[in-house]
Write a protein that binds this ligand. Structure first.
Ligand code: AMP
Length: 319
């Protein structure tokens, strides 16, 4: 982020007494880290302002942060900031448009530039990295706290798969190093981020056992409601399963189809090198080139998505 952009965002913040920060539905550590990390920085920097973090709370990430409940009236004359969310329909708590002005801060492809001020950096590993960058540009005017550092660090660790994914850059590591200087319990945090329940550990075995892999490395696994119930796991606990197929040498791109209680499938797409986000966009989704999400409204549509992954790898094989 350049100084001019950081100043433009800060000027908006300075102009409002009430600032409400949102993020995407089904939050992950980066959604919460960037949202509440920013909220903590602003609370410490501007104690006279009212700063709120809103959206649906997710039980298993309560060690990171919990949300606040606010009345509709609070939005009057407020500034709303949305972090880590590419499309407006995915913003958690649809009241985001009730504020006077809206700022989008994100690292996904800017498919929907909603907001009066939009800052998107697709080269950032995570939205938490962007918030840390924003702070560093304006360090003489803003205050970083230990709690903000803990949250932003969690967001970076979460979205980079512990500094493993290709979006991890030298800058990511510099930001993480800066945050790590603060006095939070990083050992505990890392454990919390990577810990799984015994039920999920058993489902890990199911995923490895039932993964379908074609000759070009296109892989998929279906998690039906019956299987989820049998293992005592719900959708919100499946995040740890998503990277697993990528650990297998011959797998190049993969989809995890998680059946929802309503009957449709949540699709989680990943790839080692070939972009798969165009597939996601064709099926009510989107995301990063190598990490996207979509929805399939029938088993046939799920099969189509798997076929599209196979086609991407088959065609690239010919190149
Ligand atoms: P997930 O598999 O849910 O971890 O999502 C991977 C990436 O795809 C994240 O960066 C999400 O923001 C994005 N994504 C997931 N689901 C959707 C969706 N329905 N629409 C747009 N983007 C999505």
């Amino acid at each position: 982020m350049d100084l001019q952009t950081a100043q433009a965002i800060l000027n908006k913040i300075k102009a409002y007494d009430t600032i409400i920060i949102h993020r995407h539905m089904r939050p992950d550590p980066d959604a919460l880290g960037s949202q509440v990390g920013l909220a903590e920085i602003l609370r410490a920097s501007f104690p006279e302002k009212q700063i709120y973090q809103v959206g649906k709370t997710v039980d298993h990430l309560e060690y990171l942060a919990t949300m606040q409940e606010i009345a509709d009236e609070v939005y009057q004359d407020s500034l709303v900031i949305v972090t880590d969310t590419a499309n407006a329909p995915r913003i958690s708590d649809e009241r985001y448009h009730l504020g006077k002005e809206l700022i989008k801060i994100d690292h996904h492809p800017n498919d929907e530039p909603y907001g009066d001020l939009v800052y998107v950096d697709t080269t950032a590993s995570s939205c938490s990295e962007i918030i840390c960058d924003f702070y560093q540009q304006l360090a003489d005017e803003l205050t970083m706290t230990t709690e903000a550092a803990r949250l932003l660090y969690a967001g970076i660790v979460g979205d980079t798969g512990r500094f493993l994914y290709p979006a991890t850059t030298a800058k990511t590591l510099r930001m993480a190093s800066f945050l790590r200087e603060f006095d939070f319990d990083a050992t505990l945090l890392n454990r919390q981020l990577s810990q799984i329940s015994l039920a999920v550990s058993k489902l890990v075995g199911y995923v490895y056992q039932n993964l379908k892999i074609d000759e070009n490395g296109a892989a998929c696994c279906y998690l039906s409601q019956a299987i989820l119930q049998q293992y005592g796991v719900d959708d919100s606990m499946t995040a740890h399963l998503v990277p697993l197929p990528g650990e297998i040498d011959q797998v190049q791109a993969w989809a995890l189809f998680v059946e929802q209680p309503e009957g449709y499938y949540r699709v989680r797409l990943r790839s080692k090198t070939k972009p798969i986000n165009e597939i996601a966009k064709r099926h009510y989704g989107g995301g990063h080139p190598l990490a996207s999400g979509a929805n399939a409204y029938s088993l046939e549509e799920a099969q189509e998505i798997y076929q599209e992954i196979k086609d991407v790898l088959k065609n690239s094989h010919k190149e």
